[in-house]
Design a protein around this ligand. Structure first.
Ligand code: UN1
Length: 498
């Protein structure tokens, strides 16, 4: 596909607009340094306009029958499928994940949009018996109103679509604030919604910084809910600020996800899984395998297998289908990850990698080596989220120790165990403190029809995707219909009801 950088405005009230005195910022291909797009630095006034547009559009969208909203989403999915190759290429160019994963990011978007389109014909409530005669009780779901979707750069189409499609099918209107580093992906996604017939004002896009655009959104009293995916510190700040306005705040934050490798594991299977989990997306997934907890009986053998395989693992051009791992997403990411690698050298044993690649194509981008540290549990690299291609390996003596180590971190998103013992696998499902547990599969690769999220510092109790996405974006109304034509008092008129 031919590719060229493009200039975008904000998308407000159904129009692409560039405010007269707007400053601009650019996004950059982390593999080559080339410009991918140019965007408006949104201001508090831009946020006001976007929220006002969403607020105006809300009654009409709420009144649109949910199956009709679903038809529009199906059209979005259709168009996204047609655009998949181009959009996947843009994901790879703007964020750096290898092309199979760029396409996977878009596929995850399509899957979820289709899933949500079907929800337009469900959005189930409950019917429940009344304690009185001639009285009917039920619940119905209603949209919250204007919602803010604040999204990260690591899944630059999938995570926005998890939020946007769920918010739209349930009848909310949206102001979308994407990560600045992947604003092109965001703008392309919004374009597809626009072309698919989403009415003006229902979905608005404001690019710009979290400090200005994000904060203005969180502070606006017309924004009733905030769905945020990103780092813990920002998430906590959004939660606190949102609480001031008594808003519903949904948070998806970090992870320090373990794979437990038991002595009865299928080692070649686990090898593929650990490589994909740790170094897929260059480790920049909330779900990435950042800890490998290995039974002492298979420790040496498995580490040998892992390093042998890494010798044949290619780091390079993410558009080349043969590449194993592309660049990390930005100069900031590179700096932060190299900082952790330096720290690791002081507190653990570097077993593999650890350097920035240089020379040739590497000099144009942010290419790091897949890196493995052997460490005892408790070091900072084994507890803190690095968000890069850095795997900490910890040796354990038995299952109980493995679970103790796995659970002894501040996060609880994803987890995995490789074992052939079915009893132990089911024990792990109970024992592992995480929102997601995989058996004989890596920690990444959640499917959209299941709830996604975690415990501890990974979030604040909610889940997105799956049926949980409906909970995230709706208010439940309890409805009592008394068709007795007389006043019946609940809790009081008990006898007459019997
Ligand atoms: C994320 O990294 O925040 O389960 C999302 C996975 C993907 C989604 C990851 N389906 O790895």
């Amino acid at each position: 596909m031919s590719f060229r950088a493009e200039e975008f405005g904000l998308f407000v009230g159904g129009r692409w607009v560039t405010p007269p005195s707007a400053q601009r910022f650019e996004t950059v291909n982390p593999a080559t340094g080339e410009t991918v797009g140019s965007f408006v630095v949104g201001s508090p006034d831009d946020v006001k306009d976007a929220v006002a547009a969403a607020h105006r559009a809300f009654p009409g969208w709420k009144a649109t029958p949910a199956p009709k909203r679903g038809e529009i989403l199906l059209e979005v999915a259709r168009r996204m499928r047609r655009a998949k190759a181009d959009l996947g290429g843009i994901v790879t160019r703007e964020m750096g994940k290898v092309i199979a994963e760029g396409l996977g990011d878009v596929q995850e978007s399509i899957d979820f949009i289709e899933y949500m389109a079907g929800e337009g014909r469900r959005l189930f409530g409950e019917t429940v018996p009344s304690e009185l005669r001639a009285k009917f009780c039920m619940t119905v779901r209603q949209p919250k109103g204007v919602v803010a979707c604040i999204t990260p750069w690591n899944f630059p189409t999938a995570i926005p679509n998890w939020k946007i499609a769920a918010a739209l099918i349930t009848g909310n209107t949206i102001v979308f604030k994407p990560a600045s580093g992947t604003a092109r992906c965001a703008a392309e996604v919004v374009r597809i919604y626009e072309e698919s017939g989403v009415p003006p004002g229902v979905l608005n896009l404001v690019t710009g910084s979290g400090g200005v655009v994000g904060n203005a959104l969180v502070a606006d009293p017309r924004v009733r809910a905030i769905s945020f995916t990103g780092g813990v510190e920002t998430g906590r700040d959004v939660y606190v600020r949102g609480a001031q306005g008594l808003k519903m705040v949904h948070l998806e934050l970090g992870g320090k996800n373990p794979v437990i490798l038991m002595d009865d594991a299928d080692l070649p299977l686990a090898l593929d899984g650990v490589l994909f989990g740790a170094f897929g997306t260059a480790g920049q997934r909330c779900t990435a395998t950042s800890r490998l907890i290995v039974h002492t009986k298979v420790y040496d053998e498995f580490l040998g297998m892992l390093t042998d395989r890494l010798d044949r693992f290619t780091v390079g051009d993410p558009l080349d289908p043969a590449t194993g791992m592309g660049p990390v997403a930005s100069a900031d990411q590179e700096k932060k990850i190299l900082g952790y690698i330096d720290l690791g050298r002081t507190e653990a044993t570097l077993r593999y990698g650890g350097r920035k690649r240089t020379g040739g194509i590497y000099d144009r981008g942010h290419f790091l080596e897949p890196t493995i540290f052997e460490t005892r549990h408790g070091t900072r690299i084994s507890r803190e989220e690095i968000f890069g291609p850095v795997l900490s390996v910890v040796r354990v003596g038995d299952y109980d120790e493995a679970v103790k180590v796995a659970n002894d971190v501040d996060y609880g998103l994803s987890s995995s165990i490789y074992t052939r013992d079915v009893n132990r696998a089911f024990r792990a499902i109970t024992d592992l403190e995480a929102g997601i547990t995989y058996i004989n599969a890596p920690t990444i690769g959640a499917e959209v029809q299941l709830p996604f999220g975690g415990i501890k510092n990974t979030g604040n109790g909610g889940r997105e995707a799956g049926s949980a996405a409906i909970e995230e974006f709706t208010e439940i109304k309890s409805v009592f219909v008394d068709f007795s034509s007389k006043l019946q008092k609940a809790q009081i008129d008990r006898e007459s009801a019997i």
